[in-house]
Design a protein around this ligand. Structure first.
Ligand code: AMP
Ligand code: ZN
Length: 477
């Protein structure tokens, strides 16, 4: 079956041909682990998971690599400002690496809840400093770098095809670039490969000696002058992805993913660093997901309009409902989040489960599998794939075995059976339950949450059944 992907490089649909027959290497830009990831981030990771699972469904052996950014990502997303991890550390009164591990754990927990398969490799930036320094030295030896008083920079004017991914001309980049205080840069688009521990980063906790790559993070800190002399510092954000993708997937690999926000800077810079160093093409296919929005605006930490998976669960939504919500729209279009839309997704999912659980086992339906695969092969058309699933589920040919095969890609836990244990409750509790039911119907979640919390405090959990009934269970540890 011919597979087509929309390649951001060239901005058109192309036939997918992997470098090596039957095998695919995928690199996904992963989380910056300085705060709880929001569901916008998870749209990006659900999309990467859909890509991986679809290719596996279509017969490929996939190797999926995703980085974990635990050093070097500055709050400006550019070359200036504090490191997000250091800021998190100051906020929480713990060390940057403690912050990183805490939020990496949260990220991994939520991946699992959303049935996102764990990538085969999840390399951390702070554990690949040798590789990053080696890459800078290679770029230095080829004349692509220069030093300023605060770091080592990549000279974008030396890289002929700079801007080829976003299609922006250098002049447009110049016009669009934010004004930086660092006037020592030769070109506005130039970016830091290595930041020295000077100025606003003088006290940066995570630090390495550039010449020897030795870790100085827990050593007695030196003066700014000494820091400069031995180029003590930390890597620029973009560098990790070039160094780690090369290490785990080779100098050229098949597919790179990320959100559309990464196209104009982060991915442009990854291409420049990698191709300048190796002299080879970096990536064959660039796939980008559009944003999850709220009232039309990007969900983001800086806009303060974000929700976490926990926020959804507090309102009694199950995580796979968010997965269904994402899969029901194409990854290349914006997706607006609302509680109403999520409610619809949860209802659809629960109806599909009900159908699944009442069906007999049977032989795999080849015609349905073919249609399902064709939808995925058409640039991961997951809404179309779901339409195929529904058509099949409602057809006389429907059987559970075929739907279970579809669920290998969808990851919706179609077989999940809720364990229901009804227990005796008091008259007062019954009354509260009735009030909660009305509150939920009126979408007064503050009230329904408060009642749920009352029950929790008394050692009872309320579970909302598919038919709207509220089931009370004893709280388990
Ligand atoms: P970050 O942790 O900020 O480095 O982002 C991790 C991934 O989430 C990146 O691929 C981003 O492009 C993506 N991302 C961030 N915000 C959104 C959003 N609102 N919708 C979809 N993807 C997003
Ligand atoms: Zn990246």
């Amino acid at each position: 079956m011919e597979i087509q992907f929309f390649n951001s490089l060239g901005r058109r649909k192309e036939s997918f041909i992997p470098l090596e027959k039957g095998k695919v290497g995928i690199y996904s830009c992963g989380p910056t682990v300085y705060a709880t990831p929001h569901i916008g981030n998870f749209r990006a990771f659900i999309f990467a998971d859909l890509l991986r699972r679809s290719l596996e469904f279509l017969g490929f052996a996939v190797k999926h690599v995703m980085n974990v950014t635990d050093v070097g990502h500055l709050v400006s997303d550019g070359n200036e400002g504090e490191d997000k991890l250091e800021k998190g550390a100051a906020r929480e009164g713990i060390s940057p690496l403690e912050v990183a591990r805490k939020y990496e754990d949260e990220f991994l927990r939520d991946l699992q809840k959303l049935n996102i398969l764990k990538p085969h490799q999840l390399p951390r930036a702070s554990e690949h400093i040798d590789e990053q320094i080696e890459l800078i030295k290679k770029l230095e030896s080829k004349g692509f770098t220069y030093e300023t008083s605060d770091g080592i920079y990549f000279d974008t004017s030396k890289f002929e095809n700079y801007g080829k991914l976003s299609g922006q001309k250098m002049e447009e980049k110049v016009a669009g670039a934010r004004v930086e205080v660092n006037s020592e840069k030769r070109n506005p688009a130039d970016f830091a490969l290595w930041k020295f521990c000077v100025g606003e980063n003088a006290n940066h906790v995570l630090r390495w000696d550039f010449e020897t790559a030795s870790d100085l993070s827990n050593k007695k800190q030196k003066s700014e002058i000494e820091n400069l002399k031995s180029k003590i510092g930390f890597p620029g954000w973009h560098l990790e992805c070039s160094a780690m993708s090369q290490k785990y997937l080779g100098e050229t690999f098949d597919i790179h993913t990320g959100g559309v926000d990464h196209i104009p800077v982060h991915h442009e810079n990854e291409i420049a660093q990698s191709e300048a160093a190796t002299g080879k093409k970096f990536v064959s296919y660039w796939l980008h997901n559009e944003f999850l929005t709220v009232d039309g605006g990007k969900m983001s930490k800086s806009l303060g309009n974000l929700f976490t998976l926990e926020d959804l669960q507090k309102k009694d939504f199950e995580p796979p409902a968010f997965r269904y919500f994402c899969l029901n729209s194409n990854y290349r279009g914006k997706l607006n989040f609302s509680w109403e839309a999520l409610t619809n997704a949860q209802n659809s999912l629960q109806n599909l489960r009900k159908i699944y659980q009442n069906l007999p086992d049977g032989a795999i339906d080849d015609a349905a599998v073919e249609k399902f695969g064709a939808a995925l092969a058409d640039d991961l058309n997951s809404p179309q794939a779901l339409a195929v699933v529904w058509d099949f589920a409602k057809s006389p040919a429907a059987n559970r075995t075929t739907l279970a095969k579809f669920d290998e890609v969808l990851g919706l836990d179609l077989g999940r059976v809720e364990k229901v244990e009804k227990i005796a409750i008091s008259a007062a509790q019954k009354k509260q339950l009735a009030i909660r039911k009305t509150a939920r119907a009126e979408k007064d979640f503050a009230k329904s949450d408060a009642i749920r919390d009352e029950f929790l405090a008394a050692g009872f959990e309320i579970e909302d059944a598919r038919d709207g009934e509220q089931i009370v269970k004893r709280k388990t540890a």
